[in-house]
Design a protein around this ligand. Structure first.
Ligand code: ADP
Ligand code: MG
Length: 477
């Protein structure tokens, strides 16, 4: 403890425990146990209280929901304390949460300052980011978007490997790196991870990360204030330039033009350029042809739609970082199966379920998850019909649609039929007997057998696994 005296320390600890009791009363046992109990007061220094949380998730959660209240209570009790800081660490010392190059320096710190006028109400929240380049060009990096927190699966392994390569290489491995994929699939996450990694490895390298929209904003402003020289200078002196969501400047001719020049200058000087977009370079319709083709000169890596395995993997990773809330595996599987649109939606669904659990102190189970997510599920449920499944499956295996309800048992038709039954069970809310009826009036046990069979084959037979995956993807789109 760096406090002047032992007694001061004891006093602060007393105040802290009073605040905790207060919060426990205010929020109820469940929320308190989950979110606030794990917090520890580490020290008070220069009027600032340093509170530590065991995980980043908890720090973020506490900052977003309870930080203001903590600051208020503290201010009421002891006006000398003018700020509260939440940091990730352990009581013995602040430690990095992960063993990689990530460390618990400033980006892991959230500082809560009471409002300037001294009134505790409306105490504001400030996020200090070490890597924030305060030349106002580079956007702040989300501390959560690191390589360590990125779950790798089939759909993103190539993009991930390419991103790591760029982040770790001493020489520019390919230029530009173009990452693309649908919304919410992790493009921005990977971009931030690259930027952070390079800055940490080599703080001397000037990494500029910003969205194409921001790029345009700076450009337009530079033009308006007749300051384009400075603008060019700033961008062209970057060692690494990263532009997120490049599709934004499609059709914005003068911005595109400027971007093209910046891009060329940097590439000619062997500076790393990383671009992301929501589609492949060749599909950027309203993009000038020469720029479009240059975007594809380096390495183009796409992130595919998520698979069930990846979604489940991400949920498991998130649960581990939360670490406190008990979410049954069955619920995770349910979410992974039903929230298929993208990872952002998946995260939101999980957050809603855990929030509900802590706020009303209800245990998480399947029924509760279904209830909390009713509207989300309804919206995401594009009704897939059994007929549609049968049609797609028949097309896929090149058999007649009539075989779906025929009596024939030859493998060439029986297997596709089983696949269709399996998909009907997975993708619709029909019961086994209902499904059986649609397949030529088969018994529900036949359907059950088919479902089990395909489940088994997916583990042992790569071709079947691939068929199922492909069919699911086309059906769910
Ligand atoms: P995009 O930029 O492609 O629209 P984001 O990078 O913003 O998507 O990702 C959306 C959310 O999903 C973010 O919270 C991000 O952390 C999370 N996410 C995406 N991919 C992964 C992954 N592979 N592992 C863990 N979280 C991920
Ligand atoms: Mg993005």
């Amino acid at each position: 403890m760096s406090n002047p005296s032992r007694s001061a320390h004891t006093l602060y600890q007393k105040q802290w425990s009073a605040i905790r009791s207060h919060l426990q009363e205010e929020l109820g046992d469940a929320a308190f146990r989950s979110w606030l109990k794990p917090l520890k007061l580490r020290r008070i220094e220069n009027g600032e209280a340093l509170v530590i949380a065991p995980s980043r998730f908890l720090r973020d959660w506490v900052s977003a929901r309870y930080a203001n209240r903590i600051a208020e209570l503290w201010c009421e009790m002891n006006p000398d304390i003018s700020a509260v800081t939440v940091e990730v660490g352990t009581i013995s010392g602040v430690v990095p949460e992960t063993q990689t190059t990530e460390s618990a320096h400033d980006q892991d710190v959230t500082t809560i300052l009471p409002a300037k006028d001294g009134s505790p109400r409306g105490a504001n929240l400030r996020l200090r980011l070490a890597e924030e380049e305060n030349d106002g060009l580079s956007s702040p990096l989300n501390p959560r978007f690191s390589f360590t927190d990125f779950v790798v699966g089939k759909p993103n392994e190539f993009a991930h490997a390419a991103a790591r390569r760029v982040a770790e290489a001493d020489k520019v491995p390919f230029n530009p790196l173009y990452l693309y994929g649908g919304v919410g699939l992790g493009k921005t996450h990977l971009m931030h991870a690259i930027a952070r990694h390079i800055r940490e490895r080599d703080p001397g390298r000037r990494v500029l990360y910003l969205s194409a929209e921001k790029f345009m904003y700076h450009f337009v402003r530079a033009v308006r204030y007749k300051d384009t020289m400075a603008f060019k200078e700033q961008f062209r002196s970057a060692d690494v330039l990263m532009i997120d969501d490049v599709q934004f400047i499609c059709g914005k001719d003068s911005t595109q033009e400027e971007f093209f020049h910046t891009f060329n200058v940097l590439i000619d000087h062997n500076r790393q350029v990383v671009i992301s977009g929501d589609r492949s370079p060749s599909d950027l319709d309203a993009m000038e042809e020469r720029l479009r083709s240059r975007l594809g000169w380096g390495l183009v890596a796409d992130i595919h739609a998520t698979t069930y395995e990846l979604r489940l993997g991400i949920l498991l990773a998130k649960i581990e970082t939360i670490g406190i809330v008990d979410v049954p595996h069955e619920v995770l599987e349910f979410l992974a199966r039903r929230i298929t649109s993208n990872i952002r939606e998946l995260e939101m669904a999980l957050n809603r379920v855990t929030a509900q659990a802590t706020l009303v102190g209800r245990e998480i189970d399947l029924e509760m998850a279904q209830e909390v997510l009713r509207d989300v599920l309804r919206a995401s449920e594009r009704r897939i019909t059994i007929e549609e499944i049968q049609r797609r499956v028949a097309e896929h295996y090149n058999i007649r649609l009539a075989e779906m309800s025929s009596e024939r048992r030859a493998r060439a038709v029986a297997r596709p039929r089983q696949v269709a039954m399996f998909l009907s069970k997975q993708l619709t809310s029909r019961s086994l007997p209902e499904i059986g009826r649609k397949f030529g009036g088969r018994d529900h046990t036949t359907v059950m057998h088919a479902v089990r069979k395909i489940e088994e084959l997916r583990q042992s037979d790569a071709a079947i696994a691939e068929d199922v995956e492909l069919l699911k993807r086309t059906l769910e789109r």
